[in-house]
Each structure stands twice: as structure tokens, then as C-alpha cells.
Design a protein around this ligand. Structure first.
Ligand code: HBI
Length: 369
């Protein structure tokens, strides 16, 4: 079979600069997807808002006003674009340069990129990085996948099932660069970790409550997206020993995460995937998580951590008391087997190959209608 060499254009989330943490998990997803495909001989250019940074590959920065975060638009059936929208400007760039690429890979969770799919002359693949939040985007996902079957991917089956067109979305899983994470067989002192954007849908208050009850320190990693929410948690749990560590680079995060006894994941929404869970596994850290979204498919209950009913803080405390029954090596082994960049890269390459090969057929068909 002749070696494939695709030229790929990646469009990052328009809510914030790549590397700022505002884009949450999708920033890591995008950079790992680029790494995985470059490792297989393809070329990738990343387009992202001004102020972005990456060491992975060529980066084109686009000026404009950041997009409103979809979490603030839950349940709405309107689409909003600010004046001089960076999302609009990123897609103008894609329109003007599309013929230099075999495929465009969109990471924005927005209506516009979906709607524009049939207007481009090259295939557009979409990564939907969160569960269904708004009917207007959900409807546009259905219309787009109707026109372009296989063009839209999500992390997990649980995430797909939140969309009307869930059965037609590609389940792509996730991969991380395993070589960036050091396995720690025995932490130096008992402590808990929590990783994520500090925002109400992530349920940090439950982790603080469990820390207060067990007397274990809780190390918190991630961007403070909602300052008032963070202040309130410190007021509500005065006896919890909370250490805010900031939004760290992957290397700094894994260094500190590896020294923790467990990672608590307490989402109050359907967690699309939970990058932090596989990063914890890479360091040998068991995950105690609510049964939410993709996390139910990642954490093996009683083997690589514990699954607890959403909101059940007593369940979190119970699981913390049973951590010594978990073999930390099993966590790393699950990661190596299921979430390596090689495994994920093969899956992404196959997906793109199908879209690119079918697309020429689709174009022929379209010209004949
Ligand atoms: N909101 N409108 C919009 N567009 C995005 O791409 C987006 C978002 N909110 C959150 C977000 N992306 C990422 O933090 C998640 O995809 C992980």
C-alpha cells in the first residue's frame, strides 16, 4: 500500500488562545492529535486565536474577538457571533488556503464550522469536545452528519448518546503522549488531586467536601474560570486543606499528579471524556470518579479506581478509604494498552483516509446533481 502523506489544517477552539487553558481539554486533544499524525508522516498546520503557542507544529495566529463559551449558552436556540469574530476570521483563512490541504480538522464546538462544511472544496472533519449543550448546535450536527456521514467524531459512546444523531457519530477515544508521563509506584505522602477548569459544572465543591471529611490535602490544578465559585468553596469548606496549584504545563502537572494517592473527578455534567483521568493513569494514579459520561467507560471500577453515583460525596469518602486495594501499575497498563498516541493516531489516520477517499466520490456526485 502506498505511503499516505496528508496535509492537514487544524482549527483550534475560538474561546481562547491555545496554551492559555481557557479551551480546557480540547487544547490537549488538538496538540496530541497533531503529534500523533505527524509521527505517522503527515503534515499539520494549526490555526488558533492571537496569543496562542505550541511547540508541536506550524502555528498561524488569527486576530478577532473570542467566541462566547457554549457552556453559557446551554439550552438556547440562538447562535451568537461577536463583532469581528475570531471564529469567522479563522474560517476566512481556511476558505482562502483550503487548496493547500487534503482535509480540515475543526475543534470548535460551534454552529458556524458545521454549517460551512458543504461550502468548502476539501473534506472537513469535526471533533465535538463536549456533550450536547444547545438544541441549535445539536440540530446542526444532525444536518451536517446527514450530508457527510462519518464527518463528526466524539470521544466516547456516552458523549455521542447525548446528541440526536448520536448513532451516526464516530467514537474516536483519545490518546496522550505516554513518554511525557512518569509512572510513580509509591507517592511520598497521602494526598488527593483534582484537575479541571474551576467552574460550577465541574463540581469541585464535592472534592473539597471529601477532603474536609478525610482530612487529606486536596491539590487543585486548572484555570480558575469562575472566581466567585472558587471563593464560595473556600468559605463553605473552611477545614478542607486546599492547595491551588494553577494551570500547569503537562510536564509540571504530571510531576505533581504522580505524587497523589488518587485523582477525584466530580463532574456535575455529562463529562465528554476527562483527559485528566488518562493523565492520572499514565502516572499510576487511581481515579475516583462520578459515573458520568465518558468517565464510566475509562475507569475500571475497583481495578484502576472507583466509580461513584453522581453527587454521592459519602461514596467518594468510602472509595478513598479503599485506595490501598488498587494496584497503581494496573492504571499505567490500562493507559498503555488503550490510550497511547500510536493507537489513537492509527484510528485518526483511518478516519481521515475514509473521508478523503470518499470525498472525491462525493464531489463527483455533487457536480452531477
Ligand atoms: N464554547 N463556543 C464555544 N466553542 C468552543 O470551541 C468551546 C466552548 N466552550 C468550551 C470549549 N470549547 C472547550 O473548553 C471544551 O471543548 C473542552
Amino acid at each position: 500500500m502506498q505511503e499516505k502523506h496528508y496535509r492537514l489544517l487544524f482549527l483550534s477552539t475560538p474561546v481562547g488562545a491555545l496554551g492559555s487553558g481557557v479551551g480546557g481539554g480540547v487544547e490537549l486533544t488538538l496538540q496530541n492529535a497533531a503529534k500523533a499524525l505527524i509521527a505517522k508522516g503527515h503534515t499539520v498546520e494549526i490555526v488558533a486565536p492571537e496569543g496562542s503557542q505550541t511547540e508541536v507544529t506550524k502555528l498561524t495566529q488569527i486576530a478577532g474577538t473570542a467566541q462566547i463559551s457554549a457552556q453559557t449558552q446551554v439550552g438556547t436556540d440562538v447562535v451568537m457571533l461577536p463583532q469581528n469574530s475570531v471564529l469567522e476570521n479563522m474560517w476566512s483563512y481556511a476558505r482562502d488556503t483550503q487548496h493547500q490541504f487534503d482535509l480540515i480538522f475543526n475543534f470548535a464546538y460551534d454552529w458556524l464550522p458545521l454549517y460551512l462544511t458543504p461550502f468548502l472544496q476539501v473534506p472537513v472533519a469535526h471533533w465535538i469536545s463536549m456533550s450536547s449543550l444547545s438544541p441549535v448546535i445539536d440540530a446542526m450536527i444532525s444536518k451536517t452528519v446527514e450530508l457527510f456521514p462519518q464527518a463528526i467524531a466524539v470521544n466516547t459512546r456516552a458523549c455521542a448518546d447525548t446528541f440526536t444523531a448520536g448513532d451516526r457519530l464516530m467514537i474516536m477515544g483519545k490518546g496522550i503522549d505516554v513518554s511525557q508521563y512518569q509512572f510513580v509506584s509509591q507517592p511520598n505522602a497521602p494526598k488527593l488531586a483534582w484537575v479541571g477548569r474551576i467552574s460550577p459544572e465541574k463540581g469541585l465543591e464535592d472534592a473539597a467536601s471529601a477532603a474536609q471529611s478525610t482530612g487529606l490535602p486536596l491539590h487543585i490544578f486548572g484555570l480558575i474560570q469562575d472566581q466567585a465559585y472558587w471563593q464560595q468553596i473556600q468559605i463553605d469548606f473552611p477545614k478542607a486543606e486546599l492547595h491551588y496549584e494553577g494551570f500547569l504545563s503537562t510536564d509540571e502537572l504530571q510531576m505533581k499528579l504522580g505524587q497523589c494517592s488518587a485523582l477525584l473527578m466530580t463532574p456535575r455534567w455529562i463529562e465528554a471524556f476527562g483527559n485528566a483521568a488518562i493523565e492520572a493513569f499514565a502516572c499510576g494514579v487511581p481515579v475516583i470518579s462520578y459515573r458520568s459520561g465518558g468517565l464510566s467507560e475509562i475507569v475500571r471500577d475497583r481495578k484502576t479506581g472507583f466509580l461513584v453515583d453522581m453527587g454521592d460525596v459519602d461514596g467518594l469518602i468510602q472509595a478513598i478509604s479503599q485506595l490501598d486495594t488498587i494496584n497503581r501499575l494496573a492504571c499505567r497498563q490500562q493507559l498503555d494498552a488503550e490510550y497511547s498516541l500510536e493507537v489513537w493516531g492509527d484510528r485518526l489516520e483511518k478516519w481521515f483516509s475514509d473521508l478523503i477517499e470518499n470525498y472525491s466520490y462525493y464531489n463527483l456526485w455533487r457536480k452531477n446533481i
